[in-house]
Design a protein around this ligand. Sequence first.
Ligand SMILES: Cc1cc2nc3c(=O)[nH]c(=O)nc-3n(C[C@H](O)[C@H](O)[C@H](O)COP(=O)(O)O)c2cc1C
Length: 319
Amino acid sequence: MIYECAPMEGVTGDLFRQAQRLHFAAADKYYTPFLSPTSSRTLSARELREVDPAHNAGIRVVPQLMGHEPNDFVWMAGALRELGYDEVNLNLGCPSGTVVTKKKGAGLLAEKDLLRRMLDGIFDLCPLPISIKTRLGMERPEEFYPILEMYNDYPVKELIVHPRVQADQYKGKPDLTLFAWALEHSRAPVCCNGNVFCAADARAAAARFPKLDRIMIGRGLAANPGLIGELQGKAPADAAALEAFHGTLFALTAARIPDRRALLFRMKEAWRYLGCSFENADKPLKAIRRAQTLPDYEAAVRRLFSDCPVRENAGFIDK
Ligand SMILES: Cc1cc2nc3c(=O)[nH]c(=O)nc-3n(C[C@H](O)[C@H](O)[C@H](O)COP(=O)(O)O)c2cc1C
């Protein structure tokens, strides 16, 4: 099985990747949170940090791009090729209202002519192979039948299917019936994404879909960065390993974000996921959420690591 790390803006960026691979078994492939190619033809400072080869050494990283202008996409893919990348990913899944109104992300799924023009343009001119990360549609899962037919007209390197529609956001269960149909009918290799939160979920997906050879994990890996190692037969992450991982993530984030408030905000976001992997952690997690100073934050984190055991089958819990 190939294990892929999902792009999660603000969560699985370059610093997470560095800390995760340092302390645990690396994913076979990591996708960057989306970059936005625009007519300005520049990579922002944030985007440059995300794709800086020095921040991604020793792991396979695929930059993800979101937009509907083929020429801008092709330009950015060229810039990424210069940096050494060998694949780019097109985001056709982002459900955010502001993105969708601009006919980007999942919004493009409802604009068949614009989607066709985009796919024609990028598959014609892009200097790198292209994979796609897609939802099923905007409103109804059945929208996916013609969408997959369209994808099948192109040499898609890999099709990552998050079997929800835009209107679901992240609620409810992924539609596994439609996913099974996609696995049967896609010309491109299909990767399964959505609600694989722990090792047991990944094993259940593999058992349900014998043809499946790749799984993308987002919130589960953010909650338990040792999940891939566990799936590969290594010992599950213990408190010492998770503490060391947190120490690295904190040090890297502190070096990146000098503003203390912004640093605390970012680390609290990481704990929304990491906190799920511990038993009886409500009190220290509340203290982490409430911490206004670094000493308060550090004391709450120390308390959590000393008092709370790591859960069995650790991973994300959708509360
Ligand atoms: C905070 C957050 C940020 C995300 N950012 C991106 C993104 O930049 N690009 C993308 O394709 N998906 C993004 N996603 C969706 C994830 O990649 C993934 O599809 C989703 O979390 C479902 O997988 P999971 O159940 O394994 O978490 C994001 C999800 C979350 C919760």
